[in-house]
Design a protein around this ligand. Structure first.
Ligand code: PLP
Length: 456
């Protein structure tokens, strides 16, 4: 007997996109109409992709159109769609134990994955792990832990950052005002400061040196005029802003944050929800800076699409008492099985592939600003590839409309990407892509950018 999945993909394994109908096709349109009838209108769909089934880096819609996926479900499907090893692990575990509530009972799966994650942590510290179900939940837990451990309540975060949608995480998020609008007063004691953004650095710094002034602002203004560093529980930072525009923080900047945190006993929280698990060519994006955070957050790519998140904290930091924090589903055995299989694949070659293919892609697209007048900047690391769209390279006037057109044109040619920040595009393909798929994505992007330029 074959499963529905096998039936759908075995005869149609493709590596490259092909579009056969207008988009969306009639079957896709029916799904969209159905969705409109019942689903919350708050969901943001940039273009009408309707997924029916998927494999590797290909997503097929119900009308038989095949798309090359350079979004990976927002950097989630790290091992590609339905990787056979991940599917096998899920199926095997689902037949043995699906749920028991790790918050109330023991099972071997949680410590197994925790041990695996701890092995990726730097230095000689001992670490402990808490499992949740989403990135937001990891952020919430980490905020609580930082407050609990330090007995302080202030938190410093960055403009442009995205940490999630629940009230605590939303109070940290400073990405788009629509994400906060209408929800009233958020958590107090949170101060946002600028994130180093080399392309738009007011002081003209480079990608290596941008952010000096932010460190100065933190120490000379925030700590002196708003709250003393001894009141600050945590600084939370994305090593590469994801939703904010795929903007990498310079290594020195993360090192400076660590210095400040060490000096004042502040918890340094690295939000690796989007950048982590091999995507940048190292397990954690902060590894490029050689730092040791106090708390690390992971979700998205960790389990290839199964919902699990974790925060990993130094043992002396995760010193809260029984009952302080818990959750019903976190560390669910089936999600753990998917995560273990994912880590096998990531550590077994996909992380190296992300570095290799990332270097290849950047070597081909690094000169886009020279070749296309609407591309202001190309940036990122590994398979976190960002490009920023402007009306005029000299004034750097942001061009969100042109960005949207490029995303839409690429979609109609069979390439899935996502907007990011006000006027950038993020490409975050599964870590399995090969050179043929990279060349195809580059070709579609270049054709799309050229078409949008021509229409001006
Ligand atoms: N943190 C970062 C850096 C993210 O990119 C996201 C989601 O995009 C989150 C937290 C929230 O994760 P989730 O959507 O799983 O709640």
């Amino acid at each position: 007997m074959t499963t529905a999945t096998e039936t759908k993909i075995s005869s149609t394994q493709a590596k490259l996109p092909s579009i056969k109908t207008a988009l969306p096709g009639p079957k896709g349109q029916a799904v969209i109409d159905y969705d409109k009838k019942y689903m919350s209108p708050s969901l943001t769909r940039d273009y009408p992709l309707v997924a029916d089934h998927a494999y590797g880096a290909i997503v097929e819609d119900p009308d038989g159109n095949k798309f090359l996926d350079y979004a990976a479900g927002i950097a989630v499907c790290s091992t590609g769609h339905c990787h056979p090893k991940v599917v096998e692990a899920i199926q095997k575990q689902a037949a043995e134990l699906i749920h028991i509530a790790g918050t109330d009972f023991y099972h071997r799966h949680m410590p197994m994955l925790a041990e695996r994650l701890v092995a990726t942590m730097p230095g000689t510290h001992k670490w402990k792990v808490f499992f949740g179900n989403s990135g937001t939940e990891a952020v919430e837990g980490a905020m609580k832990l930082a407050r609990y451990h330090t007995k302080r309540d202030k938190i410093v975060a960055f403009y442009g950052c995205f940490h999630g949608r629940t009230f605590g995480a939303l109070s940290l998020t400073a990405s788009k005002s629509t994400q906060r609008k209408g929800f009233g007063t958020l958590l107090g004691g949170i101060e946002h400061i600028p994130y180093p953004y080399a392309y738009r650095c007011a002081l003209g710094h480079t990608a290596e040196t941008c952010g000096v002034e932010v460190i100065e602002l933190l120490e000379q203004q925030i700590f002196k005029r708003l709250f003393a560093p001894e009141e600050v529980a945590a600084i939370i930072v994305e090593p590469i802003q994801g939703e904010g525009g795929f903007i990498p923080a310079p290594a020195f900047f993360l090192q400076e944050l660590q210095r400040i945190c060490n000096k004042y006993g502040i918890m340094l929280i690295l939000d690796e929800v989007q950048a982590g698990v091999g995507r940048t060519g190292k397990m954690w994006a902060y590894d490029h800076a050689g730092i040791t955070p106090d708390i690390v957050l992971t979700a998205k790519g960790i389990a290839s699409g199964m919902p699990i998140s974790a925060f990993i904290a130094k043992e002396e930091v995760m010193n809260w008492k029984v009952g302080s924090h818990g959750t019903t589903y976190g560390g669910n055995p089936v999600c753990v099985a998917a995560a273990m299989a994912t880590l096998d694949l990531v550590e077994g070659g996909l992380m190296a592939n992300a570095e290799k293919m990332g270097n290849y892609i950047f070597s081909k697209i690094g000169d886009w600003p020279k070749r296309f007048k609407i591309v202001g900047d190309v940036r990122g690391k590994g398979l976190m590839i960002g490009s920023e769209y402007v009306r005029d390279q000299r004034t750097k006037e942001k061009a969100p409309d042109l960005r949207d057109k490029v995303v839409d044109t690429a979609f109609h040619k069979g390439l899935l990407t996502l907007g990011s920040g006000e006027n950038s595009i993020r490409m975050s393909p599964p870590l399995i892509i090969d050179q043929e798929q990279a060349d195809c994505a580059i070709r579609i992007m270049e054709e799309s950018i050229a078409e949008v330029e021509k229409s001006l």
